[in-house]
Ligand binder design. Structure first.
Ligand code: HAM
Length: 416
């Protein structure tokens, strides 16, 4: 029989790496609550239309990377490739605009993209992200960016670069797209077939093409930064000024347009020098039309999402402190009931406790205690049972003492 393997581009995660995931997840829950973000959990799959309308039908994600399937009732469903569209859909559907304040959400969860797997790039990957609705203040943009940079710094990630751009709004973007189309047409014969198609659809997407020839042409195409309307220019200037007050350094990158169509005004990306080809740690921006386009009120939005596998790659050397394990051993199976009860009491007190039900003799149980890396083994033998005591073996030093069960709690408080 053929061995069944995990699908390409997916990963199994277990100890010790899982400890880093718990550490990261706890850090996210703690950090973002300080800015009043509330967790939101949305379904893993949605109606496909949400993403084609929300993300944009010309994007790589929608064109090439979606896991779309038809269910038994002939509905087209898609495993979410990102979560912004889902959060917006959930807010509209549940009308939380009226009931929740402030409108700030964070999420942690798996996303799915049919991408070519490589280091740091998976087909099922984990993102965390934040979204803020109903506030178009440029200071919010700066605060969102600060909450990305500062969080990564607090995890110990220093070697990163923040790229910043403004991608305009419905006032200035159409004019810019005309100029861009015209310029792209003059280079049409040198562009790849995909990019040629983008000229009429959304020429901004030419900037996403990874082919060297197209990237070279993109390098000389007109830039949105030279075509922003007054409002976008002022907004962007205040974002930059506020970032400087917050001590956040950035690099202006007028060619960074992000791969999703919903962005307006501020767009940003954080890359890491430590990651190789898949160096984007995090990306985001403003999406002031998305909520309205998906049927909600005319309300601004901004957020970002980060690739958690890529953050974990930066936490290689992190030693997450683990609670010490207590191992309860019994000299003879007749003392098993006492051992079980002692384990129960200790777990009630909050200690991680293991006992080996198959432990035929103490020697075998000590071996097991070593395998689970127990800090102390608590031994129950005839003598201990008779006297209401317990022997405690320090597994590192091999020292052993005997104390009364009544003193155990006190002893653990001092020595654990
Ligand atoms: P995105 O740039 O498509 O933005 O993805 C955000 C991050 O997810 C990337 O910077 C990267 O770290 C990670 N990522 C993307 N694809 C993969 C993959 N195949 N394997 C591993 N990691 C990956 C969004 O998803 C937007 N929803 C962000 C946003 C939120 N914009 C506004 N609000």
């Amino acid at each position: 029989m053929n061995e069944i393997k995990a699908p390409k581009g997916t990963r199994d995660i277990f100890a010790p790496e899982i400890q880093k995931w718990h550490y990261l997840e706890n850090a996210i829950h703690t950090y973002y609550k300080k800015f009043l973000y509330q967790e939101i959990r949305t379904p893993i799959f949605e109606h496909s239309e949400l993403f084609s309308r929300g993300i944009g039908s010309e994007t790589e994600v929608v064109q090439k990377e979606m896991y779309t399937f038809t269910d038994k009732s002939d509905r087209s469903l898609t495993l979410r490739p990102e979560n912004t569209a889902s959060v917006v859909r959930a807010a509209i559907e549940n009308n939380i605009f009226e009931t929740l304040a402030p409108l700030r959400f964070y999420y942690i969860g798996p996303m799915f993209r049919y991408d070519k797997p490589q280091k740091g790039r998976y087909r099922q990957f984990q993102q965390f992200g934040i979204e803020v609705f109903a506030d178009d203040s440029p200071q919010v943009d700066a605060e969102v960016i600060f909450a990305a940079v500062d969080f990564l710094k607090k995890l110990g990630i220093e070697a990163m670069q923040l790229d910043l751009n403004s991608v305009g709004c419905p006032q200035c973007r159409p004019g810019y797209l005309q100029v861009l189309r015209k310029a792209a047409r003059t280079e049409e014969s040198r562009l790849c077939a995909d990019c040629r198609r983008k000229i009429d659809g959304n020429p901004l997407r030419i900037f996403d093409c990874k082919l060297p020839a197209c990237a070279e042409i993109a390098g000389s195409l007109p830039l949105i930064s030279d075509h922003l309307c007054g409002e976008c220019r002022d907004h962007f200037a205040t974002v930059r000024e506020t970032l400087s007050w917050m001590n956040v350094s950035f690099q202006l990158n007028p060619r960074m347009v992000r791969g999703l169509d919903y962005y307006t005004k501020t767009a940003f990306e954080i890359t890491s020098g430590q990651l190789g080809a898949q160096n984007a740690l995090l990306g985001g921006g403003r999406y002031n039309n998305l909520i309205k386009e998906l049927g909600g009120p005319d309300m601004a939005g901004i957020g970002f999402a980060a690739g958690m596998e890529r953050i974990i790659l930066h936490l290689q050397h992190l030693e997450v402190p683990q609670a010490k394990i207590l191992f309860v051993a019994y000299q003879d199976p007749q003392w098993l009931a006492h051992a079980i009860q002692l384990a129960q009491v200790l777990r009630e007190e909050g200690f991680p406790v293991y006992l080996d039900y198959q432990g035929k003799n103490l020697k075998k149980q000590f071996k097991k205690a070593d395998r689970v890396a127990a800090a102390f083994t608590l031994i129950l033998a005839e003598d201990e049972i008779k006297n209401g005591s317990v022997s405690i073996k320090n597994m590192a030093t091999q020292e052993q003492i005997k104390i009364s069960l009544k003193e155990l709690n006190e002893w653990l408080k001092k020595n654990y």
